[in-house]
Design a protein around this ligand. Structure first.
Ligand SMILES: [Zn+2]
Length: 298
């Protein structure tokens, strides 16, 4: 299974989980490989590909740093490395999406996509790589893309971007109300408060995808581990590491049984007083293990 990574993912000056953890995970894979997982390189996005989703004035702001409020609308300080970092991370998900169509399952170590809107960043997300990947593939003949967003937070940026586009369908199961959105034909959600309902809710969401009967060519899986109970941003009491591992097994096995290619991104997951870096990396490694073990193989 190809998992895409580039050192530019972590090149911006501002250091926090989203701009650093891809390298933490890559370093951990170098020390302790996961059977079946190979890190792969890829080209960055082009400006034209970013323009498929984002307003030119916002794209310019991210590249040049001006106006500064817009360039920093995702919530962290701008520096000149933000532009190449964003082209690299978003290109990673495009590469994973293409690889998933060939191999059945693929991923990237890049994060930080689902809150970004057309004209602004939000919630540590600069560009929306999920929707960029979908639109790049639509231009190459893909017909329908499923976005499965199991990050702790809502994918409100994605919902705003795919509204009215019948080629995209987002199912979102969230445990924290940040970036909640109005449900419409393209985006629906479940909001889980009781951790005992977490896996049954995801099971029902997968059954609803089946029941709608749409034929998807690809699933983009936003596999945030921030629902984990000790995650300082989004964590929900009672959601343990084994529950997240079971979640990922359910998703990859469900897709494999249907022959549905999956491209995944680690998404949320943050170091805090009760979650050390190694433990966070272990949670993301668990997603890689589930994908390598249960994902579609062609
Ligand atoms: Zn999140």
């Amino acid at each position: 299974m190809r998992v895409f990574y580039d050192s530019a993912y972590t090149s911006s000056a501002h250091a926090f989980d989203t701009t650093r953890k891809a390298t933490w995970i890559a370093d951990s894979l170098a020390r302790e490989p996961i059977a079946g997982v190979t890190l792969a390189s890829h080209p960055p996005l082009t400006r034209d590909q970013v323009h498929m989703v984002h307003d030119p004035s916002y794209v310019d702001a991210v590249e040049r740093g001006l106006p500064r409020t817009l360039a920093e609308s995702q919530g962290f300080p701008w520096d000149a490395r933000l532009w190449p970092m964003s082209l690299a991370t978003n290109g990673g998900l495009v590469a994973a999406a293409r690889a998933a169509l060939e191999d059945g399952v693929s991923g990237t170590l890049a994060s930080g996509f689902h809150h970004a809107c057309a004209g602004t960043g939000r919630g540590c997300c600069t560009f929306n790589g999920l929707v960029i990947a979908a639109r790049v593939l639509f231009a190459q003949g893909v017909k329908r893309v499923l976005v499965l967003d199991l990050d702790a937070h809502f994918g409100g940026g994605t919902a705003s971007l795919i509204a009215g586009d019948p080629r995209c369908r987002q199912f979102d199961v969230s445990v924290c109300d940040f970036d909640a959105f109005e449900q419409d034909a393209q985006s629906t959600f479940d909001y889980v408060i009781d951790s005992r309902a977490y896996l049954p809710t995801i099971d029902r969401a997968l059954a609803r995808i089946d029941a709608e009967g749409a034929a998807f060519d690809l699933c983009l899986y936003n596999a945030g581990v921030d629902p984990y109970m000790n995650c300082p941003t989004g964590g929900r009491d009672g959601i343990t590491a084994p529950i997240l591992a079971e979640r990922d097994r359910m998703v990859f096995q469900w897709a494999a049984q249907r022959g549905l290619p999956v491209a995944f991104t680690p998404a949320g997951g943050y170091v805090g007083p009760l979650l050390e870096r190694d433990a966070l990396v272990a949670l993301h490694r668990s997603t890689l293990e589930a994908a390598a073990r249960h994902g579609v193989r062609r």
